[in-house]
Design a protein around this ligand. Structure first.
Ligand code: PAF
Length: 273
């Protein structure tokens, strides 16, 4: 596995290879969810590039960037074992200058759900993803469905800026008891880990209601909120794949999304129906 830390060096590398490139951008603390993105990228491309970059601009003031889990050596090993060809480890000064152009998230879609409680978060996400996609120039870039709003906004940016990369959405990986994998799960103590299962349980319950042909969004959300009790709920929403509110679940066009706080940890999850 080749390790590259400088953007110009990576640009030079990708310019000179005439092969399909699959790209998996990450912030490190890699887990099975990231490995599934890498495996998919390996199946569908000749070369796989992973970036690990803890992007400061997607953390708001007061959000503790320094507390984000860092596992540099373990991450390198995971990438090596997963067959990654190039690991890109840029330094913050190589990605950002002092007087910066940036991408602004759409005023509606970027400021609902996660964007409502973390205003500006998606400006940082879109800006760094634009930069990384420009450096790597991949054929395909892989993002998890768990971060559905991020995935939706990146797909929209790629379309609206006429970029030529193909964005691939990859299914969420779960523990055997249903908990969606997330770098934040390590913050949960034993009791919180148990409480966190209410999130996937609420989504499974919604799926069950839909399978019984109960499609009314209000009715489903009410039951989901009851299942999530007593967690602090940031949102429970039933949206179309275009992130428009749906009064009724439309099979093939629906995402049900939840974000709740367990202890001090915000966890999000969703199902696509
Ligand atoms: O999902 C993430 O890990 C990050 O938001 C991303 C896409 C790597 C951008 O920093």
């Amino acid at each position: 596995m080749k390790i590259i830390t400088q953007a110009p060096e990576l640009k030079e590398f990708t310019k000179n290879i005439n092969q399909s490139i699959g790209f998996v951008p990450t912030m490190g603390a890699l887990h099975e969810g990231h490995i599934s993105l890498i495996k998919r990228a390996k199946r569908e491309n000749e070369i796989v590039i992973v970036s690990i970059f803890l992007n400061p601009t997607q953390f708001l003031k007061g959000e503790d960037l320094d507390k984000y889990p860092k596992k540099d050596e373990a991450d390198k090993k995971i990438c090596e074992l997963a067959g990654v060809d190039v690991l890109f480890l840029p330094h913050v000064n190589d990605i950002y200058g002092s007087d910066e152009a940036s991408i602004l998230a759409p005023k509606v879609r970027g400021y609902i759900l996660e964007g409502a409680t973390r205003p500006g978060h998606f400006n940082g996400v879109l800006t760094v993803v634009m930069k990384l996609l420009n450096i790597v120039a991949p054929t395909n870039a892989y993002f998890g469905k768990k971060d559905a709003q991020q995935l939706n906004l990146i797909t929209l940016m790629v379309k609206q800026f006429f970029m030529s990369v193909n964005i691939v959405a990859v299914d969420t990986v779960r523990e055997s008891d249903g908990l969606a994998l997330s770098s934040r799960n390590i913050y949960l103590n034993k009791n919180e880990r148990k409480e966190a299962l209410k999130i996937s349980a609420s989504l499974y319950m919604a799926g069950k209601m839909v399978s019984k042909n109960i499609l009314d969004s209000k009715e489903i959300i009410k039951e989901m909120r009851a299942t999530l009790e007593p967690l602090e709920i940031f949102y429970v929403e039933i949206l179309s794949r275009d992130f428009e509110k749906l009064l009724h679940v439309e099979i093939g066009n629906t995402i049900i999304l939840v974000e709740a706080k367990v202890g001090t940890t915000r966890l999000l999850d969703n199902i696509w129906l």
